[in-house]
Design a protein around this ligand. Structure first.
Ligand code: ADP
Ligand code: MG
Ligand code: MG
Length: 887
């Protein structure tokens, strides 16, 4: 028979697929000898079987009972014992952490009889009735979907009439009665008294919580597969709500916002853990625990050091102190901000816990990209309206909205979602908002944890805000801020301003631009080191897409080793449009040649500037690609102009000629029409003038003592004969230019036919550059300009693809063409250089694929160059590249 249940002493952290992250780590802590209440884990296998059939797999309950008896034996207490009942926590926990997304039910095992036993044993009647009412509330909500507000409403009413010490035992007993009535009214039968029945129903409800709407939304956002299922952890309860010598908290081994070492966390005296995570009561900083209970504080610090050394990474923990005794309830490798990821990775390397290679794998290209975002320029700003807890960094400016639906629906610019606190139902709004602001909860509240995970700016616990969601306003002192007003929030300092505060570049961006020394701050130093290591280990080259000397210089500063794509179309814009018009409208070869002759010196000057900026590095110039009519006025505009002239009885003159030309050149599918290499073959002299300009520019740079490395790239080739014809003409032109260097002639591979005939094409091409934007368009038959706005949202929602294939390379389709082109191209021409110049060249996941496919370089926008360098270094480490001789 299949094994569905593992005791904590049986599992370990390597089995997170089966035991879920929480279960695997509870097992790991148990193995380390840390104080974990005994318990066991029901596997994700069991969950998948349960969700597939709607019933528990055969033998599951018996297996649970067997393990339960072991727990009872170890504690010498029994579930349902009227004198001294064992109580259980039933907790969800999938492979990947989904904070607050699924369900947990505490205090299983309480009923009308055992509540008295608990009271007697704990010597605290009030505590026992409070625990019972918590059970009915959590059980009613989780198992039967009773709205939490119904219970909360009654609780608030009792609290309102209670004395300063809170409700007494009698009031809580009455509250339990009220709760039971709510339960019966909703469910149609009484609250189940049999402890084992409670347990089995709770396990089933946790399984089902995997499928809740909010869990699905979260998984889609975090790209967690929908079919993994959750494990269920069943463990003995420990009580943080047994008076002032009890409490509960969460802690990080380092600051998850900045990475600074130290003690970070929140603590709540006389409370159960759910009170902390929900952000309901305001916590005290963990450092206070040193004063309240020094012994537990020091034990906790010891344990956190043990955990950090064992996991070799930042850990977070949930713990409870029951009458001075510390219990560990959860640990995991903690989520952190991008800045903290860089700082912690270098710290751990310095402390000898991880190698430099490992440090590189602890940060991602996406995190580096995030760090390059600007921050607020607060020097001239007015004083802040209020200050909360900076919970997830960034500078967000937007209009105030007060509920998730409004945030998700907002169309006119960015919004800030303002809530007293957030819960999982706010997730769609948090995804849609530029930032999140709450008045309650600390760095570990739901809002903070979820926002950090998403890279969303978040300020929480801004207690000065009186938020009235129903009226759609909040007040600070006597200032009223209404929905729709602009505010600015700083997720690092926690400051909140009215209106729009200007932003300034990030220190990381300034360092990358050469404006800051690496040692100027710890984050910049960490980025400097990890990027340096990435450069030392990577084999994939990184070039930039740049069309102007300014872009080229910027790209070079950011670490680009050349230009992988210089688009020449911008060189035909501005006042040069007139020349293109002349070229298009020319009836006689002489007119056409005159237009081309006028273009020649302009193009040459462009190229001289670019080659100078990239002196010593390759500059790949793509011959003109877009359809020529893109350089003429739009059809509608011309038609209107001609019609107006005619209505006034005037001669439309040149406009009429242009209109006729635009009509003649009109195409139903311009992306599949007269463009790329086809232009070169049907517009005499066009490519020749570009080649001549480039050759003359290179010659000029050589004469000036420079080291120009131009390359000519032919776009949209589908057949080797197209390329051969253009290359022949180019070679003739090159031969005519005195003092020009050797200039390689290569091709874009951006049509399926080019990939499929790469072997033939390579015979004529000195290099390949994969144009993955067009290759994606033509392989999928997606018109990029149309589909992203039309049906992609539906495709993403339906999971047809998890992310747009224009953002992340479609490895199984387009990727096969890439591999084919590389293999057949290199078979025909050994050592053929192959790069990629589509937007995918800057996407970290796509970069991993390109490296694996054997590409020589990626080319991306200048700002993505550092991201690509880092990603390429990570790939090299993952592939086991030897870097033992580097730092
Ligand atoms: P989540 O994954 O949403 O954090 P948990 O399963 O960790 O949910 O449970 C929520 C809270 O319940 C925790 O913060 C913890 O403090 C409390 N809790 C969990 N297990 C126990 C237990 N055995 N005894 C007492 N409290 C517990
Ligand atoms: Mg937890
Ligand atoms: Mg293209």
């Amino acid at each position: 028979m299949r094994k569905y249940v593992y005791d904590f002493i049986e599992g370990d952290r390597s089995r997170a697929d089966l035991l879920g992250g929480k279960g695997a780590n509870l097992a790991e802590m148990t193995r380390l000898g840390l104080p974990v209440p005994p318990g066991f884990t029901v596997t994700t296998d069991a969950c998948r079987a349960y969700l597939a059939t709607g019933t528990p797999p055969d033998g599951l309950y018996e297996e649970i009972n067997t393990h339960l008896r072991q727990v009872e034996a170890r504690l010498d207490r029994r579930l349902g014992d009227p004198d001294d009942p064992l109580l259980l926590a039933v907790r969800s926990g999938g492979r990947y952490s989904m904070p607050g997304m699924m369900e947990t039910i505490l205090d299983i095992g309480l009923n009308d009889v055992t509540v008295a036993g608990l009271a007697a044993h704990a010597g605290d009647e009030r505590f026992a009735w409070d625990s019972y009412r918590r059970l009915i509330q959590m059980f009613g909500h989780t198992v039967h979907g009773i709205p939490a507000e119904e219970f909360a409403h009654e609780l608030a009413a009792v609290r309102a009439t209670a004395g300063p010490g809170g409700p007494n035992a009698e009031q809580l007993r009455d509250l339990v009665d009220t709760y039971k009535k709510i339960f019966t009214r909703h469910v149609g039968h009484d609250f189940p008294q049999a402890p084992h029945e409670q347990l089995f129903l709770a396990v089933g409800a946790v399984f089902s919580s995997w499928r809740s709407e909010r869990a699905r939304v979260y998984r889609r956002q975090e790209r967690i597969p929908d079919d993994l299922g959750t494990a269920v952890n069943v463990m003995a309860m420990v009580f943080g709500n047994l008076g002032p010598d009890s409490g509960t908290g969460v802690a990080f081994t380092r600051d998850p916002a900045t990475g600074a070492p130290g003690v970070y966390g929140d603590y709540l005296t006389d409370a159960q853990g759910e009170d902390v995570v929900a952000g309901i009561r305001n916590t005290v900083p963990l450092t206070e625990l040193e004063r309240l209970d020094p012994a537990s504080f020091h034990r906790l610090r010891q344990i956190m050091t043990t955990l950090e050394r064992h996991y070799r990474d930042l850990c977070d923990v949930e713990f409870t102190i029951e009458r001075g005794r510390l219990w560990m309830l959860q640990t995991r490798v903690g989520k952190r901000t991008a800045a903290a990821a860089f700082v912690i990775a270098t710290q751990l390397a310095d402390e000898g816990l991880i190698t430099a290679d490992e440090a590189l794998t602890r940060v991602t290209g996406a995190q580096l990209a995030q760090l390059m975002f600007p921050a607020f320029d607060i020097d001239g700003a007015a004083p802040p309206l209020a200050v909360g807890v900076g919970a997830s960094p960034g500078a967000a400016v937007g209009r105030v909205v007060f509920d998730s639906a409004a945030a998700a629906a907002a169309a006119d610019g960015p919004v800030i979602l303002v809530r007293p606190e957030t819960n999982p139902d706010d997730l769609p709004g948090m995804i849609a908002a530029a930032g999140v602001l709450t008045s309650r909860g600390g760095k570990t509240s739901h809002a903070a944890v979820v926002a950090r995970g998403m890279g969303r700016t978040c300020v929480c616990g801004a207690e000065a805000l009186r938020i009235d969601v129903d009226r759609g306003e909040f007040t600070v002192g006597d200032r009223v801020v209404r929905a729709g007003e602009l505010i600015s929030i700083d997720g690092t300092s926690g400051r909140i301003w009215l209106g729009e505060v200007p932003v300034q570049p990030s220190p990381v961006a300034r360092y990358l631009a050469g404006e800051l020394r690496p040692e100027s701050d710890p984050l910049v130093a960490a980025v400097h080191r990890l990027l340096g290591h990435a450069d030392a280990v990577r084999t994939l080259g990184v070039r930039a897409n740049a069309d102007t000397p300014e872009d080229a210089r910027r790209a070079r500063r950011l670490g680009a080793a050349g230009i992988g794509l210089c688009r020449t179309e911008h060189m035909f814009l501005g006042e040069r449009r007139a020349l293109v018009e002349r070229l298009i409208l020319a009836d006689e070869p002489a007119e056409r040649d005159a237009a081309l002759d006028a273009l020649l010196p302009l193009q040459r000057a462009d190229f001289v500037g670019l080659l100078a900026a990239m002196d010593g590095l390759p500059v790949t110039v793509r011959l003109l690609d877009p359809p020529l009519h893109e350089f003429l006025p739009p059809l509608a505009e011309l038609t209107a102009r001609v019609a107006r002239a005619q209505a006034r009885g005037e001669d439309p003159g040149r406009d009429a000629t242009l209109l006729a030309a635009v009509r003649r050149m009109h195409e139903a599918n311009p992306m599949l029409g007269l463009r790329g290499v086809r232009l070169g073959l049907v517009v005499p002299g066009l490519f020749a003038v570009q080649v001549r300009a480039l050759a003359e520019a290179a010659a000029q740079r050589l004469r000036a003592g420079g080291d120009p490395r131009p390359e000519i790239m032919v776009p949209l080739v589908g057949d080797v004969r197209e390329l051969a014809a253009v290359a022949d003409e180019a070679r003739r032109v090159l031969a005519e230019v005195d003092g020009a260097p050797e200039i390689p002639i290569g091709t874009m591979v951006e049509t399926p036919r080019a990939a499929l005939t790469a072997g033939e094409i390579a015979a004529e091409a000195h290099f390949f550059s994969l144009g993955t934007n067009d290759l994606t368009q033509t392989t999928w038959a997606f018109s990029r300009d149309d589909v992203e706005g039309s049906f992609f949202p539906a495709y993403l929602a339906r999971g047809i693809f998890p992310v747009s294939p224009f953002e992340r390379l479609d490895v199984s389709g387009v990727g096969r063409l890439v591999r084919l082109a590389v293999a057949e191209g290199r078979a025909a021409r050994p050592g053929l250089t192959v790069g990629v110049c589509g937007e995918h060249g800057g996407d970290p996941d796509s970069i991993a694929f390109f490296a694996a496919a054997g590409l020589d370089y990626v080319s991306c926008s200048p700002y993505r160059v550092p991201v690509a360098r880092l990603a390429a270094g990570r790939v090299a480490v993952a592939a086991g590249t030897d870097s033992s001789d580097s730092r």
